[in-house]
Design a protein around this ligand. Structure first.
Ligand code: CMC
Length: 365
């Protein structure tokens, strides 16, 4: 059979999934049989995680059972804290998170196939690792998780050391729900590749975190805020962005492999961030930068419909609730852990993923 070459695996389908539909032509996102947008407005992090892991939204009793299990698993083992403390201060948050998750790969996580108990334990611990590391970098004593707070509220509480405002929890919850799952994005694919070898949950998620870190994937939102800071004023938006495009560089927060129209997650997050931001001049500048960016991308890349992606307004939401750039991608990991785990559970019984390469080197004499 003749090999098909698709650099970047564009248009190649390598998995069947019941978890989500990303309809790039129409800008639609479905988690199982629900619109992701509706889930973000009407449900909580834990309810949507239940939907993805167990296949349905929970009853009140099922929700309580899942919440209790998550709460019980939030604490980090002492050796993980010690090891996190030993990581040099100049190590970035995502590398520290990758290492922290890797450290969890002890006996409790060794079993194959992975179990829902493992998935719940890991999902509960990821926010604690992020908050622990962040507190240390800030020179503060890490804040212990609080059992009376839900997943998102507890995450914000551990980051800030005070019970967060309800509006901030709601906005972050919506962001975390909208980014829990997204088909075979690069990090989920990386996780599924490792899972397809029948390795273990922790190895699979460690690989996924490595992929998420890249600026073309989950590393983009902090680069969006850097871009808006660098632009600085409405007048400077067009010359600044034009110069980038003339130099062949990319504008962060725009473009997507699958969406050929506006990313539905960006649409939902733009509404949420505009409500939170009020008349914040930073937000007004961001909206202007988006308008100019979209116009210039049409001019410079007429053959590739480039639209705003989720990262553009993810940056705006996180900034509005007072999270610094260093926490943008780690917060993405907090949510995507749910989707990674769901895919790894699904991939556990599949075939090994093993594509091919074409040799372009020289043959021996
Ligand atoms: N700014 C300027 N040009 C762009 C951009 C952009 N943001 N995105 C794509 N292009 C151009 C690219 O240079 C190429 O032009 P040409 O055909 O002339 O060489 C054309 O559009 C197609 O780009 P591509 O790299 O083949 O597209 P891709 O599907 O491989 O890449 C992407 C998708 C998201 C990596 C890319 O659009 C990008 O680098 N965007 C900026 C980074 C970003 O915002 N990433 C977040 C992605 S959304 C969430 C997530 O995945 O985590």
């Amino acid at each position: 059979m003749e090999n098909i070459i698709s650099l970047g695996l564009e248009h190649v389908v390598v998995a069947q999934t019941d978890l989500s539909l990303v309809d790039g032509q129409n800008g639609l996102l479905v988690y199982r049989n629900h619109w992701a947008r509706d889930l973000a407005i009407n449900h909580t992090f834990e309810e949507v995680a239940h939907l993805l892991w167990y296949g349905h939204l929970p009853s009140a009793a099922e929700l309580k059972a899942l919440q209790d299990k998550l709460v019980a698993q939030r604490e980090l083992p002492a050796f993980v804290k010690t090891a996190l403390d030993a990581i040099p201060a100049d190590t970035d948050m995502m590398s520290a998170l990758r290492t922290g998750v890797s450290l969890l790969g002890t006996e409790a996580f060794a079993a194959w196939p992975p179990t829902l108990e493992q998935v719940i334990s890991l999902t509960a611990k990821v926010p604690t690792i992020v908050a622990y590391r962040y507190a240390r970098l800030e020179g503060r004593e890490p804040v212990n998780p609080r059992a009376d707070l839900d997943h998102t509220a507890n995450y914000l509480y551990m980051l800030k050391g005070e019970v967060p405002q309800a509006a901030h929890v709601r906005a972050l919850d919506a962001y975390l729900i909208l980014t829990q799952e997204h088909g075979l994005n690069a990090s989920t694919f990386a996780g599924r590749v490792v899972a397809s070898t029948r390795s273990d949950l922790i190895s699979s998620v460690t690989a996924a975190i490595g992929a998420l870190k890249g600026p073309l994937h989950g590393g983009a939102p902090s680069e969006v805020t850097e871009m808006i800071e660098a632009i600085g004023s409405k007048e400077n938006a067009e010359p600044w962005m034009r110069a980038k495009l003339e130099a062949g560089e990319r504008l962060m927060g725009f473009g997507h492999r699958v969406y050929r129209t506006y990313d539905p997650r960006a649409k939902a997050l733009s509404t949420i961030s505009s409500e939170l931001a009020g008349d914040d001049p930073w937000f007004a500048l961001a909206v202007h930068v988006e308008e100019v960016g979209l116009r210039l991308l049409k001019e410079y890349k007429p053959n590739r419909p480039l639209n705003t992606n989720v990262e553009f307004y993810a940056a705006a939401v996180m900034r509005a609730i007072g999270l610094p750039d260093a926490l943008f991608t780690p917060s993405f990991a907090v949510s995507r852990t749910v989707g990674w785990c769901a895919h790894i559970l699904e991939a556990a019984s599949g075939r090994i993923i093993r594509p091919q390469s074409t040799y372009t080197g020289v043959m021996p004499e």
